[in-house]
Ligand binder design. Sequence first.
Ligand code: C2O
Length: 535
Amino acid sequence: AAIKRYQFDIQMKNVSRLCHAKPIVTVNGRFPGPTVYVREGDRVLINVTNHVQYNLSIHWHGLKQYRNGWADGPAYITQCPIKSGRSYTYDFNVTGQRGTLWWHAHILWLRATVYGAIVIMPKPGTPFPFPQPAREFEILLGEWWNNDVELVEKQGSRMGLPPNMSDAHTINGKPGPLFPCSEKHTYAMEVEEGKTYLLRIINAALNDELFFGIAGHNLTVVEVDAVYTKPFTTQAILIAPGQTTNVLVQANQPPARYFISTRPFMDAPIPVDNKTATAIFQYKGIPNTALPLLPHLPSPNDSTFALNYNRKLRSLNSPLYPANVPLHVDRNLFYTIGLGKNTCPTCVNGTRILASLNNVSFVMPEIALLQAHYYGVKGVFRSDFPDRPTTSFNYTGAPLTANLGTSTGTRVSRIGFNSTVELVLQDTNLLTVESHPFHLHGYNFFVVGSGIGNFDAARDGAKYNLVDPIERNTVGVPTGGWTAIRFRADNPGVWFMHCHLELHTGWGLKTAFVVEDGPTPDQSVLPPPKDLPPC
Ligand code: C2O
């Protein structure tokens, strides 16, 4: 094991897209930001120095941070933000994980431009459980706004106005030739006929689940969220914000230029954004003048593709990488996901949208929850988050416009150390049904079941996959349906859980788990680092 050091200077940079230039927040002046390359077992020290006017923190999405929530990064959950002119060193070990993850700013909407890849190579002498690729490429999918993202965020999250859609989707920061002023800067990956490549695909978009494909070429999925999968071949992948997917692609077609493309999946009854970002899969020696072909992607509302695709995802579950699914459950949780309106005297039309879990819309505290928990500061949060909804109703029946008494508060759930948890996330038709990608910090979980309609414990529980369910850190709860996850609460600390659609997070679709310390000192939260940003 080695020590890997990185310096992240948060600085403004003028970037021009779609015929407009604007200053954006970046790491080291790069967009997307630099890739963090580490090896399983390494210790990583990343010094973040903030040279911009915004307060900010960085989250290492998908890294478990065992006993070490201090390095996790969500602002006001595990740390207070790094103020302008200050530094903080994220100091963590990468244990028991290998594959593709990513990092992003974790405050307001700054992650729109502050994000990058994390590549964790397996331990020396441990090969991939799939054919060795000739080369690897990192593919970061994102969104671009012509407006200042802070203004867009304020409008959508705080003032109750409908959100703006982004002006473009991007592949490695570039929209591609279907957008104005973008042709010259299209991202291209050069391949040689007959060779196999590994693509490390990351969905860093703020608000869109995405389809992704390469014209004429099949993709073989081998890993998601830094967990190896049973390989399967598909024309397109589906990837939600927060998720990562590694695919193998063979350059086995007639040498030419092929479009790589990505566009949203959206099967909710709300306006569909179907702009397509493109890049080029370019065979070596082919001139730039050849016209590329567009891939065949599923249509934007293709829920059947989505269901089938997600069913194909299985953990590899080999002797070296077993799926240790909890078979017995100590704590059963059932959370409804609702959007709803609330009165807001200062908002346009007098109402604003609130999003809630079990009718609780989460309010961010002013002191980081992990600090409050560690030092026993009273009055920062309440540990009475309901295990199940207080009102039961036909969750996915006719649309409900009432908010069923949505309350606001900084309420979390307390979980005993090492207990096994089952959490069913149930989408509801409060305001509208919609797919929600849920992300849990500090853990991977197993997706033991998923379905459309209302969850029924007896009927649906009997059909769980407890053998090789996919293990991941972010899962899509289907539109008008439910998803059941299981995990063992063996990582003490305070762990955020939220919808990774930034708009919904801003509306309060989030909560946290306080996982208690275990009986021995080596099962307890580590002491905080000396340079932890003050609140
Ligand atoms: Cu990728 Cu809490 O986020």
